[in-house]
Design a protein around this ligand. Structure first.
Ligand code: ZN
Length: 99
């Protein structure tokens, strides 16, 4: 495969997106152009999501209830104290959206 920008030969590389999940992509050493096939990227994202899925306990927070995020999730999403995230009820659970 040739680089669409500078026509150099692309080199296949894998990069680590965390949790030992690797994504294959084609990289141009000359101009830095990078192509990752969507299906490979999606597979890596799915795998990463599975790695990050964890059972957590509901704990008491003040007069209400809360959950504690695992440290690796805090790090990976760069969550900060006081930050607002969106809680979205879904058919099969709750989704937390970090913006
Ligand atoms: Zn190039």
């Amino acid at each position: 495969m040739k680089c669409p920008k500078c026509k150099s030969e692309l080199r296949n590389v894998t990069f680590d997106v965390g949790y030992g999940v690797n994504v294959e992509s084609s990289h141009c050493e000359k101009c830095g152009f990078n192509i990752t096939e969507d299906n490979k990227l999606n597979a890596a994202v799915t795998s990463l999501q599975e790695h990050m899925s964890k059972e957590i306990k509901i704990i008491k927070v003040g007069n209400g209830l809360g959950v504690r995020f695992p440290n690796e999730v805090v790090k990976s999403l760069n969550l900060k104290k006081g930050e607002e995230i969106l809680l979205k009820p879904e058919r099969n659970g709750i989704k937390l959206v970090v913006e």
